[in-house]
Design a binder for this molecule. Structure first.
Ligand SMILES: [Zn+2]
Ligand SMILES: [Zn+2]
Length: 399
């Protein structure tokens, strides 16, 4: 028992122990000893749960358009086997349906909050003529393609979270490294949260359902304390064990504030390159510094905030607004506006209906540029085992 004057050092010692336990448990996850001790049933359960997309491909299906009312909220519909008739959906008990504890009452994560607010305020600099240049705008657009399309939707989402295609390890890690430059958490963290979302979409365990509130789904879920380190560990064990089997991703996880470190490092490199190239072009003068500042404000700060919001809009807008091709057990929607912003991620009802697929294009006009990029990766030898949509898989077309 600690005396009062020893309390601080005791607390530190406890935190240290807890941290070291957490880090060692990451290794345990990787080695699989927890799963092994729990027996083969446990392993079977984990392998099914680890990749919700694959699990849902084999075990669940949806009711295609025409058999249900599209564009209507139908939260109480259960997933049904494609061989089962579309019988009236059993109603989920009200107590289950509204069993959210109130997560909005949780304490605020001030580090995240201050970071988000600061970057949003700094983004207002784009309104100042001093920081405007077409080179800066070009840096913004290229950054959105690289970080907002290739890194997050293709890398973190379709490649890691759903394993909808495979890449050479060096290329997979390159995409993950780029994703780490978006200040959107580590690969294990992002994947675990996302797989949890698919397993519990718009039900009590969903980390970001708009049924709590639209703003909760968009950003508030990120700035409230969600779980302890131990709870995070068990989440990793259940949803991200395969991610932590990679030594690079495990190393990232062990860094102090890894998302912040990567983000600041990439911003520093960006600034150095912007200043260096500007000075080469304009010489050591005020115009060179103005151009470098323009590239930094548009290409780093504004791009980061933009990529945040288009990513978050998939969690918020596409679970509220849009039409439904499939009556899934969640509120997912297809939304053309979000698809436009995210190069395809807005066909979210299609994605929830068939999460394993690398493509979310289920109708000819549901354009999915992210899938075309994955096909391009395939043509370049950077992607293989690309999973086609279920209706194509069923028709026997090659995948
Ligand atoms: Zn969703
Ligand atoms: Zn997904």
């Amino acid at each position: 028992m600690c005396h009062r004057r020893e309390a601080f050092s005791c607390r530190d010692a406890f935190v240290g122990l807890r941290e070291s336990f957490f880090l060692s448990t990451l290794d345990t996850i990787c080695c699989g000893s927890i799963g092994q001790t729990a027996g083969s049933d446990r392993n079977k359960h984990l392998s099914r749960e680890l990749i919700p997309g694959i699990m849902m491909t084999t075990e669940a299906a949806t009711i295609p358009a025409g058999s249900g009312k599209t564009g209507q909220r139908s939260p109480n519909v259960n997933l049904q086997s494609p061989t089962q008739p579309a019988s009236p959906a059993p109603t989920v008990k009200a107590s289950q349906e509204h069993s959210y504890s109130d997560p909005t009452k949780r304490s605020i994560r001030w580090d995240y909050t201050i970071f988000f607010v600061t970057l949003h305020l700094l983004t207002l600099l784009v309104l100042m003529p001093y920081f405007f240049s077409w080179v800066g705008v070009a840096a913004f657009v290229v950054g959105v393609v690289v970080f907002g399309q290739m890194a997050i939707p293709i890398g973190y989402h379709r490649m890691l979270s759903h394993r909808s295609f495979r890449s050479p390890k060096w290329f997979e890690r390159t995409l993950v490294t780029l994703a780490m430059c978006t200040a959107q958490e580590t690969p294990a963290h992002w994947v675990a949260w996302h797989r949890m979302h698919h397993s519990h979409s718009d039900h009590a365990e969903d980390p970001h359902s708009p049924r709590i509130s639209f703003m909760w789904a968009h950003v508030r879920w990120l700035v409230h304390e969600s779980r302890t380190r131990m709870a995070t560990f068990s989440m990793y064990e259940k949803y991200a064990r395969d991610i932590l089997s990679d030594p690079y991703y495990r190393w990232i996880e062990k860094l102090p504030s890894p998302a912040g470190m990567f983000y600041l490092a990439h911003a520093f490199v960006y600034a150095l390159l912007a200043v260096g190239i500007s000075m080469l072009v304009y010489g050591n003068n005020a115009e060179a510094y103005r151009m470098a500042a323009s590239v930094f404000v548009w290409g780093v700060i504004a791009r980061t905030v933009w990529v945040w919001h288009i990513t978050w809009s998939v969690n918020s807008i596409t679970h509220v607004f849009g039409y439904r091709n499939y009556q899934t057990t969640d509120d997912s929607r297809n939304n053309w506006f979000v698809s436009l912003l995210t190069a395809g991620e807005g066909w979210h009802n299609n994605h929830h209906a068939d999460p394993a697929s690398a493509s979310v294009q289920h109708r000819w006009w549901e354009i999915d540029p992210n899938y075309y990029v994955i096909r391009l990766f395939g043509a370049l030898g950077l992607a293989s085992h690309i999973i086609r949509p279920r209706h194509v898989r069923k028709s026997g077309a090659e995948s």
